[in-house]
Design a binder for this molecule. Structure first.
Ligand code: NAG
Ligand code: NAG
Ligand code: NAG
Ligand code: NAG
Length: 308
């Protein structure tokens, strides 16, 4: 009996020893793996390409998804069949892991197809250098829509994004400026989105330009001047109304008879559109007056501006 007891204890001790050895081996393996993994991660960051513009917006996925759901619930419930998750995936697939100077129209085509929607006639409002005023106006007046009031523009407004060939495939540090390369994710996106927005316009369209810009209100290099003007469809669009807005109390550098407006009129006339230009279109000017109620331009009854 004592002999048997001794052998049982020895067996127990062996089992314990083997267990401890195995545990130690597992621990060593875990430590080695962990150090390898973190080491790999540290090596990736410096490999990211460096650019001059700000990097991808933090929490891009949440921001884009949130805006998409907000748009279809708050702004356009009639777009309820849009699949925001799919829209996000197609935006991500357009640029993730790609060289941010090598983005093509094909990269964005799936996103454009998924997110585009109908725009009612007479509602399209283009703009150049009036970003703040034009969007204050469309917020207060549901009769007009800018590109940033469509689902695509609403999701992408004032955010940035770009990819990188190394993991995690998105560059949060920097993105290329247009001067660094034309085919960057933002430029290609806005070019396509504004082309589509212009192609979709019908009936009477309007454009809000900035009459306080010294170099001229109409610039051929702007998105409006280089893309939108040339993608209006003469078979669908009848008239173009130009609203030339000057800053209240600022210089009226250009009026409807100015040089750059004449250039715009020539382009539009050649494309067979009827044109109406209004200096300081009153409904918009009244919105400017919210911030300048005492200025002479903002008197309720004025004999200088034609009141219809
Ligand atoms: C740019 O993209 C095209 C098509 O996606 C590909 O064939 C080409 O190799 C890419 N060039 C670079 C420099 O990444
Ligand atoms: C668009 O405006 C034109 C001219 O004012 C008008 O004749 C037409 O009925 C309008 N169309 C819609 C859909 O409101
Ligand atoms: C016109 O452009 C100037 C300079 O960019 C800007 O400060 C001003 O707010 C603009 N005016 C309007 C009405 O948008
Ligand atoms: C009309 O405006 C001018 C200046 O633009 C002013 O001198 C004149 O008194 C105004 N007339 C009336 C009736 O308000």
């Amino acid at each position: 009996m004592p002999f048997q007891q001794g052998s049982a204890r020895r067996r127990q001790r062996t089992v314990l020893l083997v267990g401890i050895v195995l545990l130690l081996a597992a621990l060593v393996l875990a430590v080695v793996l962990a150090s390898l993994l973190t080491h790999g991660k540290h090596e990736d960051s410096p490999k990211m390409l460096k650019w001059k513009d700000r990097g991808t917006t933090k929490n891009l996925q949440e921001v884009v998804l949130g805006r998409c759901y907000n748009y279809i619930t708050e702004r356009y419930p009639e777009l309820g069949d849009k699949d925001c998750l799919k829209i996000w995936e197609s935006l991500k697939d357009a640029f993730i892991y790609k060289n941010p100077c090598n983005i093509t129209a094909e990269d964005y085509q799936p996103l454009m197809d998924l997110a585009s929607h109908h725009i009612p006639c007479n509602k399209s409002l283009f703009w150049s250098k009036t970003n703040d005023l034009v969007h204050r106006y469309t917020k207060s007046n549901q009769n007009f829509l800018t590109l940033e009031d469509t689902l695509l523009g609403y999701m992408a407004d004032k955010i940035s994004w770009c990819g990188d060939p190394s993991t995690p495939g998105i560059n949060y540090e920097s993105c290329p400026k247009r001067s660094e390369c034309e085919s960057n994710p933002s430029s290609v996106f806005w070019k396509m989105a504004s082309k589509m927005f212009a192609e979709a316009a019908c009936g009477v369209v309007q454009v809000m330009l900035n009459g306080s810009i010294e170099a001229g209100a109409f610039r051929s290099s702007s998105i409006f001047g280089s893309i939108e003007v040339f993608n209006l469809n003469p078979d669908k669009v009848s008239e173009v109304h130009i609203w030339l807005m000057r800053d209240i109390g600022g210089p009226q550098s250009e009026s409807c008879s100015g040089h750059s407006i004449q250039r715009l009129k020539n382009i539009l006339e050649e494309r067979n559109f009827k044109i109406i230009c209004e200096d300081n279109y009153r409904p918009v000017q009244l919105l400017q007056c919210v911030h300048n109620p005492d200025h002479t331009d903002c008197r309720l009854c004025t004999n200088s501006t034609a009141v219809p």
